[in-house]
Design a protein around this ligand. Structure first.
Ligand SMILES: [Fe+2]
Length: 278
């Protein structure tokens, strides 16, 4: 099958099947991986839906080794009543990279939209291309970010971990500069359930506010930022080594249901920033 795709602005590619209902397996993963390497985010739209999470896993197996979590392979991203963590709330999720608190960091996040919210209910998944962002920052920002590390600690159902990561580091296999950053929740947001603790090293206390504001401006700048509005059946494969991601808030009770699988790189990336994990 010839790979037809449209570019997404400002990064990413949308592959829509000319024959709705075709199985996604009919598109060669080698072709999709080449597109992923170029665009950092690939959307498959209009293909046959996975009938079960096992079918979804069978598809993800084509991309590489699936990372195992305490809950197994598939994270069910669906709003819970009285959630113990913001992931399972309808609130926003600040930008972060997956696996930052885990022994291995996945290269690929693969999402399947089991059920999309209505158009006016929010819930887009937000992606920031940190390689693009770094091409556009000022020399003074680069100097500040290059000497600063974020210190994050997070305790939730699946782990209690601490991570210290430089704001600017290198893509682990391709070498170009990327940002690793876990965005603090909005100040004073009491509705945000179970946020991580965070701190910064390598800069003066009076520089912290400027750091956070500068990162926010760069990461959310329209030329570096894409928010995916889900349609039922969408499959999104995103580059967790280069992008940061988060979620926009959505209307409580909306029929938003995503499944997410982590696929490791080859070889798997051992988390270079993990201080402790239990
Ligand atoms: Fe995440």
């Amino acid at each position: 099958m010839k790979l037809n795709y449209k570019k997404i602005h400002p990064f990413g590619a949308m592959v829509e099947t000319a024959h709705p209902g075709n199985a996604p397996q009919q598109v060669q993963v080698s072709d999709l991986r080449a597109l992923f390497n170029q665009e950092h985010l690939v959307v498959l739209r209009g293909f046959q839906n996975f009938a079960s999470k096992d079918e979804f896993c069978t598809y993800c197996d084509l991309w590489g080794e699936i990372s195992l979590w305490p809950f197994d392979k598939v994270l069910e991203l669906v709003e819970q009543k009285n959630p113990e963590d913001h992931i399972f709330d309808h609130n926003y999720v600040p930008l972060h990279w997956d696996g930052m608190y885990r022994p291995q960091v996945p290269e690929y996040q693969i999402f399947h939209c089991v059920s999309a919210p209505e158009k006016n209910q929010g819930g887009r998944t937000a992606f920031s291309n940190t390689a693009l962002a770094l091409e556009r920052i000022s020399a003074s920002e680069r100097e500040l970010w290059a000497r600063t590390s974020g210190v994050y600690e997070r305790k939730m159902e699946f782990y209690h971990s601490k991570t210290v990561a430089p704001i600017i580091t290198s893509h682990p296999t391709k070498g170009f500069p990327v940002i690793r950053y876990c965005e603090p929740p909005k100040a004073g947001d009491e509705s945000f359930v179970n946020h991580p603790t965070y701190d910064f090293q390598g800069l003066r206390q009076e520089e912290v506010e400027g750091l956070i504001q500068g990162l926010q401006k760069a990461l959310y700048a329209p030329e570096n930022f894409y928010a995916h509005e889900w349609q039922t059946g969408d499959i999104v494969i995103s580059d967790n080594y280069t992008l940061l991601h988060g979620r926009e808030a959505f209307t409580s009770g909306a029929s938003r249901h995503l499944r997410r699988v982590h696929v490791l790189g080859s070889p798997p990336l051992q988390n270079p920033h993990l201080v402790f994990h239990s």
